[in-house]
Structure formats: structure tokens, C-alpha cells
Design a protein around this ligand. Structure first.
Ligand code: GRG
Length: 306
């Protein structure tokens, strides 16, 4: 495990360097919004989504990261925009994330809203850079440009109303309901949380040359991983360690929120995390190189303590 964690740190720092390469320069009359964007992105996240993308790419035999890099950076920008907006006073009104003041606390709600907007838009500006790379000419066969178009479509869809935004909508609506069903909760988890993980892994597989069937399988696996990841998040909100998490625990209970844990109990929640992760790992075993890092990564994500 120590060896795995060391390798994970290396992978996260590889993703971090790629991300930094694509962040906008803090200059011009728009300097403040860019500063707020970079403040939120450079707050020390785990970089799970770009690492998952890179490792799914490698599991399917991809090696040259050049075409993937803009997508890795774009996905992390989208993830960070969602956190900035989720923390806003009009949403969760959170003061701390990743052990630091949230973006709206530092820059004000208006600038933080803009920073989220800026990150979302800049994500697509960044992903489009994949189309002007030279590397494609040597590393991919003829249909790479079709694959990048499909990758862009996946990025857009998984972030939007049929993905994360849709899940967040259902989550906000659920807060105003007297009770939430298991189906609604699963919809929320599959969209609010799993959609970006699905997108990350599907884009990795797709740009490595995976078949349509393989990309569909990866989507199924990632959905299970995402739901398990969110259930683990709910579990950590009950039994987690604040200093490891970088945010207060007990917020779901304080906000009277229905979570997988309140609906099914702690023990069933833990068992379901295990079942979903087994099912996901069984699917991923079909990718030739998945044992090298992808499967250990998925197992780590789901059993994470922070
Ligand atoms: C505002 C459209 C919109 C969506 C918000 C991401 C999100 C949806 C809400 C954040 C709250 C939450 C618990 C989301 C579930 C996904 C999740 C566990 C996010 C945290 O991801 P990590 O652990 O974060 O990868 P780091 O800080 O490591 O990047």
C-alpha cells in the first residue's frame, strides 16, 4: 500500500504539472477572475479525474499523452468549477474546502461565480487545444480526429444537464422534499458524482483506441465507481476524520440531508461500496493493462479516508 501511495503521488504530480501548463496567465483587466480560478484549481485536490483518465488510457494501451493532456486539464477545470459553485452561499455555503478558505470567502460571491463560469468555459477552450497538436500525426491511426470529437462530446455531456448539472439539479430539488427515494438518490449520485468519473475514464479509453463496446463497458464500471465513491463520501461525513478530510464532518446531518447512509444504514452502505467496487473491477479486468495501476487506483478511491 505504501508503494501504491507513492506511485499515486507521482501520478497526481504528473497530472498537476499538466494542469499547470494549461492554466491561464493572471494578467489583463480580467486578472482577478483568473486569479480566483487559479486559486481554486491550485488548492491541492487529489486530481482523481485526470489520473483516472490517464490510467484508463494506459490500461487500454495508450502511451503518448500529448492528445490526452488537454482533456485531462479540461476535466479537472470542470470539476473545480463545480466545487466553486457548490460552495457558494446560494448552494452549500461552505467556508472551507481542501483545508483552505473557499473561493467566495476569499474573492466574494460575484467573483467566485465568475471564476466557476470562467473555469467551465476555459475547460472547452483547453480541450480544443487537442485538435492543434502535432503529436497526433505520429501516435495515432487515421481516425483520431473522430475520436477527439467524440471525446469532446463526452466531456460536454457528462458535465451538463444529462450529467453533473442534472444531478445537482435533482440534489437541490431533493432538499425541498419531505422524503427522498433510493431511486432518486441513485440518480443524484450517478449524475452529480459519477458522470465526471465516467467521462474521465471513457475519454481515456477512447483516445487510447478502445472499441465502442469497450468504452461502453468502461462507462458502466465508472458509474459503479462513482456511486461507490459518493457512498464513501457519505460514510466519511459520518465517521471521517476532519483533519484528513480538510472540511468539517457531520454536515449532512446538520443540513438534514438524506444520504445513502441515512437511507440504508452505515453497515449496508459499507457493503454496497464493496459490492459496487467488485463489480467495477471485474469489468475493468478486460482491459489488458488494468492491473498495473487502474484497478489499485479504483480500490483506493473507494476505500479512501479523505
Ligand atoms: C455546481 C453544477 C454543480 C455541481 C456541483 C461536485 C458537486 C456538484 C458538488 C460537490 C459536493 C460533492 C460531495 C460532490 C460529489 C463528488 C465529490 C465527492 C467531489 C469531491 O471530489 P474529490 O474528492 O475532490 O475528488 P478533490 O478536492 O480531491 O478534488
Amino acid at each position: 500500500m505504501a508503494d501504491f501511495e507513492e506511485r499515486l503521488l507521482e501520478k497526481a504530480s504528473e497530472a498537476e504539472s499538466i494542469l499547470q501548463k494549461y492554466l491561464p496567465a493572471e494578467e489583463g483587466y480580467q486578472e482577478q477572475v483568473i486569479e480566483a480560478m487559479n486559486y481554486s484549481v491550485l488548492a491541492g485536490g487529489k486530481r482523481i479525474r485526470p489520473v483516472l483518465m490517464m490510467e484508463t488510457f494506459r490500461a487500454f494501451g495508450g502511451s503518448d499523452l500529448a492528445v490526452l493532456e488537454p482533456f485531462m486539464a479540461a476535466m479537472e477545470m470542470i470539476h473545480n468549477y463545480s466545487l466553486v459553485h457548490d460552495d457558494l452561499p446560494a448552494m452549500d455555503n461552505d467556508e472551507y474546502r481542501r483545508g483552505r478558505k473557499t473561493t467566495h470567502v476569499v474573492y466574494g460571491a460575484g467573483m467566485a461565480t465568475l471564476a466557476g463560469d470562467g473555469l467551465l468555459n476555459y475547460a472547452y477552450e483547453t480541450a480544443l487545444k487537442s485538435f492543434v497538436l502535432q503529436a497526433e500525426l505520429t501516435s495515432y491511426d487515421g481516425d483520431i480526429s473522430d475520436r477527439r470529437v467524440k471525446a469532446l462530446e463526452i466531456l460536454a455531456k457528462k458535465a451538463g444537464i444529462y450529467g453533473m448539472v442534472g444531478g445537482q439539479c435533482a440534489d437541490i430539488c431533493a432538499e425541498n422534499k419531505p422524503s427522498v427515494t433510493e431511486n432518486e438518490l441513485i440518480f443524484i449520485h450517478e449524475n452529480k458524482t459519477a458522470a465526471l468519473l465516467e467521462g474521465s475514464m471513457m475519454i481515456g479509453a477512447l483516445l487510447a483506441g478502445a472499441s465502442v463496446r469497450e468504452v461502453e463497458d468502461v462507462e458502466q464500471a465508472a458509474r459503479k465507481i462513482g456511486v461507490a465513491f459518493q457512498i464513501q463520501d457519505d460514510i466519511l461525513d459520518v465517521i471521517g476524520d476532519e483533519s484528513q478530510l480538510g472540511k468539517p464532518v457531520g454536515s449532512d446531518e446538520k443540513n438534514g440531508k438524506t444520504t445513502y447512509v441515512t437511507l440504508k444504514g452505515l453497515e449496508t452502505a459499507k457493503q454496497d461500496v464493496e459490492r459496487l467496487s467488485d463489480e467495477a473491477v471485474n469489468i475493468l479486468r478486460n482491459a489488458k493493462k488494468s492491473e498495473e495501476f487502474l484497478i489499485p487506483l479504483v480500490l483506493w478511491m473507494i476505500s479512501r479516508q479523505k
